[in-house]
Design a protein around this ligand. Structure first.
Ligand SMILES: CC(C)(COP(=O)(O)OP(=O)(O)OC[C@H]1O[C@@H](n2cnc3c(N)ncnc32)[C@H](O)[C@@H]1OP(=O)(O)O)[C@@H](O)C(=O)NCCC(=O)NCCS
Length: 204
């Protein structure tokens, strides 16, 4: 089944929260957090992938949401805030479709994109690497209680796939985010944490 991308709206949040539960377990973001994100369009870009429907039919139907992703973008740097595809729809190219759309927007707004991903999430790391992200740092035991490391990945707007000159800069930017330490003790989530969350994603 084909899916199309469109901007996320608050009407999508019930569906998003169901996907959050399926994908990120104890590390789910809350509806309030998403509302806060969606209220900041100047620096945020959230998309959903929804299954194709007939012309005019079912538009905005939350039941059709099968994936989503978000970007936080400032003039100097952007961050992939989240990316998820319904378990039963993974492996169909939806994650790549969403990521490519987020990166196109990131390239319009920022010279650099950063993200964090679980060290054991090989599928996501391969997807990011295929889009020019390179690992530039590691945050030991970032995910608790599993103690899994986070890999910080960075992509430059031009030549990001092989560039290494900005690696140190990437790490120094990424470590500004201390939110990982604030996670609930039970959090085992797999989410790419936005390195800029501390300055953009306040506590709801
Ligand atoms: C990571 C995720 C977003 C990828 O979305 P997706 O729709 O499954 O990915 P795609 O179908 O676009 O595939 C992207 C690449 O991953 C590969 N891939 C996807 N699922 C795979 C799997 N289960 N095993 C191995 N490779 C897989 C695809 O082959 C593709 O690689 P290719 O371009 O070399 O062919 C999705 O798996 C997901 O939501 N995972 C849970 C949440 C998560 O980990 N989010 C990302 C970190 S925050």
């Amino acid at each position: 089944m084909t899916a199309r991308l469109r901007p996320m709206t608050t009407a999508d949040l019930p569906a998003i929260m169901r996907l959050e539960e399926a994908l990120f377990a104890l590390d789910t973001w809350t509806t309030a957090m998403y509302r806060d994100e969606l209220a900041q369009p100047d620096t945020r870009h959230y998309l959903v992938a929804e299954d194709g429907v007939g012309e005019g039919e079912g538009a905005g139907d939350e039941a059709g949401v099968v994936g989503y992703g978000g970007l936080i973008a400032y003039d100097d740097e952007a961050h992939i805030a989240t990316l998820g595809v319904a378990p039963e729809r993974q492996g169909e190219g939806l994650g790549a479709l969403l990521l490519d759309a987020l990166l196109a927007e990131a390239d319009r707004r920022s010279p650099v994109v950063l993200l964090e991903v679980r060290a054991d999430n090989e599928v996501a790391q391969r997807l990011y690497a295929s889009r020019g992200f390179v690992p530039v740092g590691r945050r030991p035991r970032y995910y608790q209680p599993s103690g899994t490391d986070a890999v910080v990945m960075r992509r430059e707007r031009t030549g990001g796939a092989t560039g290494d000159g900005g690696a140190d800069r990437g790490v120094s930017i990424a470590v500004r985010n201390e939110r990982g330490a604030e996670r609930p003790a039970g959090a085992t989530g797999d989410r790419t944490r936005p390195a800029g969350a501390d300055r953009g994603r306040g506590t709801p």
